[in-house]
Design a protein around this ligand. Structure first.
Ligand SMILES: [Fe+2]
Ligand SMILES: [Fe+2]
Length: 474
């Protein structure tokens, strides 16, 4: 979904220009200082991997390169180049793509970057918050200083990534469909349409917080997220509106439900703090499934001494930054939690419920027009094509626009088969990862709910309904 809300959200002024600066790491790992290392192989593995990742991340300059490319970005300088393989393009594999001119194919390629990274930036906005919620739990536990620093560094990196995706994406989309076209996307802000409000009443906020804290158990309270505590002391709310990234889309637009999961991860249970990283790992693998090919494309251009478009280079450096984040997600989600007390039945329930929701949410379908999107096409994507078809890029009449939307969204074509095959590759990567997460039920360990979804016939049936509703409501 191309979020209208995110288009209007400014980057927090105090964080957006922060440099990613590494503090001098301690000579010994905090885990070693606390005498925990050597107790078993797992502890040693965790210590080593956190140290190595932190040092390598400190030594890298990918984020700085992304920031510089973003600062200098000019659409005109990049408009004549493909930013990724054509197979990544919006509408690839549809009958319209087969007839499109080179200029139109370039526009479709650039708009896929905009649409994909808009969704990634929405998801990384969620990551920024939950890195802080859980990072402050590890901080209050003591002995995890290096991990806390790594998570803080990742958060700063995400701010720079989000800024890059928004600026480059919006400048490109504005050049292609105009400001009017972009404004038309705003009206499909699903959450405002369905909820009518976007703030949790105070009594609900504190009710949910109490519930999460009390069910989490008395023993956890000393480690309650300092980040959450800080927000509460300033009489603010953790979520002012439902989030719209991979997590928000999966949990749904219910602010109470989204807040409940936030409190559960920050309640002070080390298990729950680690458990958030299973969700983050899904986002990491989702991203990798799309971005790895762009990184390879950039490398091919570089090897051929050809021009590497700025968005392509941003994708490549992002891929490299995210490799560090993926290592940490994997470690916390699959190993580190084993060093803490076993999860309670309640914690297992929460953990299983959120992985199931991710399977049926952000992983629960297929797009007919984007080959790397795995949930049903929504009104915002319909609007994007409606605007594009009537823009100077295609110059269609309203009737022609409607005709081609029906053919691309609602009839079988090669693009759907490519999307299904991309989704299958992601499913395999997720299955390989989750099979070792021992507290999950079989449906989550084997990604059974995702495997049961994503059929082309179901995507087409859903799109026929959405098509009718879109033209009724607009
Ligand atoms: Fe990122
Ligand atoms: Fe990340």
């Amino acid at each position: 979904m191309i979020s209208a809300k995110i288009l209007n959200q400014p980057m927090p002024a105090n964080q957006s220009r922060q440099q990613v600066v590494c503090a001098e790491p301690p000579r010994q790992s905090p885990l070693i200082q606390n005498g925990l290392a050597g107790e078993n192989h797992l502890t040693a593995k965790c210590v080593k991997l956190i140290e190595t990742t932190y040092h390598n991340n400190c030594d890298s300059d990918y984020t700085e390169k992304i920031s510089e490319l973003t600062r200098c970005f000019n659409y005109r300088q990049n408009q004549d180049y493909f930013w990724s393989d054509p197979q990544h393009s919006l509408l690839y594999g549809t009958p319209l793509y087969a007839e499109a001119t080179l200029a139109q194919r370039l526009a479709l390629n650039h708009l896929s970057w905009f649409a994909n990274y808009n969704y990634i930036s929405n998801s990384e906005t969620e990551t920024v918050m939950y890195n802080q919620v859980t990072g402050s739990v590890f901080e209050s536990l003591g002995g995890y200083e290096l991990l806390t620093k790594e998570l803080a560094m990742e958060t700063k990196q995400e701010y720079e990534h989000i800024k890059a995706f928004r600026k480059v994406g919006l400048m490109s989309a504005t050049a292609l469909i105009g400001r009017t076209g972009l404004n038309a996307l705003l009206k499909w802000n699903t959450y405002k349409l369905t909820l009518g409000h976007d703030k949790l009443p105070t009594y609900q906020y504190y009710g949910l917080r109490s519930l999460a804290k009390s069910v989490g158990g008395q023993g956890h309270r000393p480690h309650y997220s300092r980040y959450l505590e800080g927000i509460e002391k300033s009489h603010d709310f953790i979520l002012k509106a439902p989030t719209v990234g991979m997590l928000g889309r999966s949990i749904g637009p219910s602010l109470p439900w989204q807040s409940f999961y936030s409190f559960s991860w920050g309640t002070g249970s080390p298990f729950m703090a680690c458990q958030f990283y299973t969700v983050r790992m899904i986002a990491n693998l989702y991203l990798k499934n799309m971005e790895h090919a762009i990184a390879r494309y950039a490398k091919r251009l570089e090897n051929a001494a050809a021009y590497v478009p700025a968005p392509t280079a941003i994708s490549r450096y992002h891929f490299l930054d995210e490799a560090f984040h993926t290592t940490i997600s994997k470690l916390l989600a699959r190993d580190l939690y084993k060093l803490f007390p076993q999860p309670t039945a309640y914690e297992k329930l929460i953990a299983n419920s959120v992985i199931y929701k991710m399977q049926t949410g952000t992983l629960g379908g297929l797009s007919a027009v984007l080959t790397h999107r795995y949930f049903p096409d929504d009104f915002t994507l319909f609007e994007l094509l409606y605007q594009l078809f009537q823009s100077s890029v295609f110059g269609f009449t309203e009737a022609e626009a409607k005709h081609w939307m029906a053919r691309c969204f609602c009839q079988e074509h090669d693009g759907l088969h490519l999307a299904a095959s991309n989704r299958q590759r992601l499913l395999k990567a997720l299955q390989d990862f989750f099979v070792d997460v021992d507290y999950l039920k079989a449906v989550n360990r084997h990604m059974g709910a995702m495997a049961d979804r994503g059929e082309i016939s179901a995507a087409l049936a859903q799109n026929q309904k959405t098509f009718a509703q879109f033209f009724q409501r607009r």
